[in-house]
Design a protein around this ligand. Structure first.
Ligand code: 5GP
Length: 110
């Protein structure tokens, strides 16, 4: 079980900012920007590349919620990041969207 599954199950605490039947959003424990929220599905999916056509509704739902959560946190401008694989920085193998805002960001990303 990943640390995020434990957060879903309330086995470890988190600063939860949004929850519904399909997903959960909470503040990152090591924020990289003034707003750094993690949005995760409740379903245990390790990586974006583990999804398929059956996950279309869930993934679309999460994208809509990403925008709503960022706005609710006071940010019209924000960045969404998914790290897919250890080689690009994924450290928790439960799919998550990073929602980042409140400072300047470089492009291309580092
Ligand atoms: P990744 O590197 O997999 O894309 O992102 C994992 C994120 O989870 C990191 O930004 C890290 O700070 C965050 N994180 C790891 N453990 C915990 C935890 O126990 N609680 C919270 N709120 N965030 C965590």
């Amino acid at each position: 079980m990943t640390i995020f599954a434990k957060i879903i199950n309330r086995e470890i605490p988190a600063d939860i900012v949004y929850e519904d039947d399909q997903c959960l959003a909470f503040k990152d424990i090591s924020p990289q920007a003034p707003m750094h929220v993690l949005l995760i599905p409740k379903q245990a999916i390790a990586k974006l590349t583990d999804t398929n056509e059956e996950h279309k509704h869930l993934l679309g739902h999460m994208m809509v919620k990403a925008g709503e959560i960022a706005k609710q946190q006071g940010h019209d401008e924000f960045r969404v990041v998914i790290n897919n694989g250890a080689g690009v920085g994924q450290s928790v193998f439960h799919l998550h969207l990073h929602l980042l805002a409140g400072r300047g960001f470089q492009w291309p990303p580092g």
